[in-house]
Design a protein around this ligand. Structure first.
Ligand SMILES: Nc1ncnc2c1ncn2[C@@H]1O[C@H](COP(=O)(O)OP(=O)(O)OP(=O)(O)O)[C@@H](O)[C@H]1O
Ligand SMILES: [Mg+2]
Length: 450
């Protein structure tokens, strides 16, 4: 009960009692004592009775008032105790400071974070009194919350512990206000997410390692490819330089021819250097997303495996929309190479025309990429297993069984997309074929430029 209410209650009861006493006692005197000779004496008696009764009344009223006060106080203490327990046992770090950044309170989790033994080591001090590398950031955040009166919620910050290890915190700070809505300080709550972040980083580096391993696995094939792509320009360079040398020896050199040959040699040398760059880029670790487009990604992919396709008379039929999007380009190239290499392997015993169809299109905010061959398809009894690690039907020497597993890992975990496989029947140039169809769906937000 509020102070005013209690005071009003006591006064009102006192007033009512006094009023009725005076009124009824005077009435009784007039009624029962006609002889008013004794009036003076009776009035004195009446006054004494009034004082006695009102004292008893006041005694009970005040006693009752103090009892209520006591109850309220112990209720308040209990609430405080519960609050303290909540603050202490909540699985979060809690601290509060005044307007000047002076610590007013905290829980044990905060003391542990700050490497302090008791609250006395903290209370009355500011962040600037401690050797924490991030103290300026903490003080800035407090200032922002206090001056703008707006909470700063769920942001990630770091604290360097005494042993130099880094702790990651998900922190929220809210302004502390009094009854009149004046800012009196700032309340901070942090969740230690260091283990979570470390685990995520660990998984990420494991994934990157697997991607790297899988790239290295295709290195053998790539080197064969480089050798093949270099054969022609090297033979041109060799022919031209031998021709020039011969002309010189025979003294029939012709300046026009020499200049043309040197230009030609230079052009081919540039081509050699370019192929090396292409391969080098492919083996580089893909850590940042770059702006690319579907057509370019397939051009780069086909450049890397062109010789395998040509050797086996495999024709590539492309219907690609030029879709601009941000991606880990060499990861995507790796996936396409895995899928196309599988199709090339599947063509091993096929005598008819060999086709690989590549289709890309944009549907809403998703890129749909389809790679299809006419190599007979994937048998129904294994189709559910092909994305499992180490599943191969090619024998240990020819396949490790990680190509599609890796592709699925990269698509789902690195590119946030999906990859599915099916066997399809279709018609092309009036012929019926059966083949494998791989569909990759990637999310994007960019626009289409046909
Ligand atoms: N286009 C396809 N046509 C028919 N079968 C396929 C096709 N693509 C994949 N497969 C089947 O899926 C299996 C798994 O493919 P995956 O790429 O994961 O491993 P792999 O090619 O056997 O070995 P690796 O790619 O590690 O060298 C293959 O062994 C093959 O049986
Ligand atoms: Mg494979």
């Amino acid at each position: 009960m509020s102070k005013n209410k209690s005071a009003l209650k006591i006064s009102l009861l006192y007033f009512l009692f006094s009023f009725f006493w005076i009124y009824f006692s005077d009435l009784a005197l007039n009624l029962f004592f006609k002889d008013l000779n004794n009036a003076q004496f009776l009035q004195t008696i009446k006054g004494l009775i009034f004082i006695s009764l009102s004292s008893i009344l006041l005694y009970f009223l005040i006693k009752n008032f103090f009892k209520t006060l006591q109850n309220e106080k112990s209720q308040l203490l209990k609430t405080n105790e519960i609050l303290e327990k909540i603050i202490e046992n909540a699985p979060v770090i809690i601290f509060w400071k005044d307007k000047k950044g002076v610590y007013l309170g905290c829980n044990t989790a905060f003391l542990e974070l700050m490497n302090l033994n008791t609250k006395n080591d903290l209370l009355g001090k500011k962040d600037s009194d401690f050797h924490i590398s991030e103290k300026e950031n903490f003080m800035n955040d407090d200032m922002i919350v206090i001056t703008t009166r707006n909470a700063k919620l769920n942001y990630i910050e770091t604290v360097t512990a005494k042993d130099k290890s880094l702790r990651f915190l998900n922190t929220s700070k809210v302004p502390l206000v009094d009854d009149k809505q004046n800012i009196i300080g700032v309340l901070g709550v942090s969740l230690d997410i260091t283990d979570q972040i470390n685990k995520q980083n660990q998984i990420k580096s494991q994934e990157e390692l697997i991607i790297q391993q899988s790239k290295l696995a295709s290195m053998g094939e790539m080197i064969g490819n480089i050798a093949h792509q270099w054969r022609q320009p090297l033979s041109i360079i060799s022919t031209l330089s031998t021709g020039m040398k011969l002309q010189k020896e025979l003294n029939i050199s012709n300046e026009e021819y020499e200049k043309e040959s040197l230009d030609n040699i230079n052009e081919n040398a540039q081509y050699l250097s370019k192929t090396i760059d292409d391969f080098k880029n492919f083996f580089k670790k893909d850590t940042i997303k770059i702006s690319s487009n579907t057509k370019t990604v397939f051009e780069k992919t086909l450049k890397l495996i062109n010789s395998r396709l040509k050797n086996r008379d495999i024709e590539i039929i492309q219907h690609n929309s030029e879709i601009e999007f941000e991606t880990y380009e060499s990861d995507l190239i790796q996936i396409f190479i895995n899928i196309i290499n599988n199709s090339i392997d599947a063509f091993d015993n096929i005598k008819t025309n060999k086709y690989i169809f590549i289709n890309t299109k944009l549907e809403k905010d998703k890129i749909i990429i389809e790679i299809k061959d006419n190599a007979g398809g994937i048998p129904q009894n294994i189709i559910d297993k092909i994305f499992e690690p180490y599943f191969t039907t090619k024998g240990e020497k020819q396949g490790t069984g990680i190509g599609l597993y890796m592709s699925k890992e990269i698509v789902s975990k690195h590119l946030n997309g999906t990859i599915t496989a099916s066997t399809v029947n279709f018609e092309y140039l009036n012929n019926h074929y059966t083949g494998a169809l791989f569909q990759i769906i990637l999310p994007i937000k960019k626009t289409i430029m046909e």
